[in-house]
Write a protein that binds this ligand. Structure first.
Ligand SMILES: [Zn+2]
Length: 233
């Protein structure tokens, strides 16, 4: 996953605007982004379109604590605010809550985090791809369509007012939904996304590619979730 290799693969997939994302965890050095920016600038001949550098920020708890640092301001072209990084030891939501209460707490935590981070996109929202390893009972019982309407409306208003997009996640949702609770989860999640769409929330398709052969999978998102970045510029 070197910068030139990623860009050549993206070009081969027919992607016309590529986003390269670097995770930023607590204690990481923001100068990391200067290094990646330099790598991108020396690799522009590997990609015919626009190349954007993004930072992925962890939401660490349900009070809205994040790994964001003000030192990052202006260093990236966009910012992903990531839910569900429960595989990271510093990410500590209250896993003792019953499923519906857990999702409510996740929603208020997300909204608190959105107040603190200049986010562009909410990454893999309500996708808890690792939770089945530590808390399968909770992971397989999450039903996002049960989040109360009042909370969904509040979240949607915040996203719309700030111009923040929801990612349509082309990994667990499409290729390994059984980690999330299978068809019962994806049906519930679809209802939840429909509610947000009806309230005016916009989406962006994300591959969440961590290997070269995963780069093209954002093409599997539905049409309504595609091409946000191209439409914006
Ligand atoms: Zn992530």
């Amino acid at each position: 996953m070197t910068v030139p290799a990623v860009l050549r693969r993206a070009a081969a997939c027919g992607i016309t605007q590529a986003g390269l994302v670097v995770h930023f965890h607590p204690g990481d050095d923001p100068r990391l982004f200067d290094t990646v920016r330099e790598e991108i600038e020396s690799s522009v001949s590997d990609f015919p379109g626009q190349i954007l550098l993004g930072a992925e920020i962890d939401i660490m708890d349900q009070a809205g604590t994040t790994s964001w640092s003000d030192d990052l301001a202006g260093m990236t072209d966009y910012v992903l605010l990531a839910m569900g990084h429960t595989q990271m030891p510093w990410v500590r939501p209250d896993l003792s809550l019953p499923p519906r209460r857990f999702l409510e707490a996740e929603t208020t935590g997300l909204m608190a985090a959105l107040d603190r981070v200049p986010a562009t996109v909410v990454a893999h929202p309500y996708i808890y791809g690792s939770l089945h390893r530590s808390m399968p009972g909770l992971a397989y019982s999450l039903r996002p369509h049960e989040i109360p309407d009042s909370l969904v409306s509040e979240l949607a208003a915040k996203l719309v007012d700030s111009g923040i997009r929801f990612e349509y996640h082309c990994r667990d949702l499409l290729i390994r939904p059984w980690n999330l609770g299978g068809g019962q989860f994806t049906a519930s999640y679809g209802i939840f996304l429909d509610s947000l769409r009806s309230l005016g929330v916009n989406f962006v398709a994300g591959s969440d590619a961590h290997y070269l052969d995963q780069i093209g999978r954002s093409a599997n998102a539905p049409d309504w979730a595609q091409n946000f970045l191209a439409a914006r510029t």
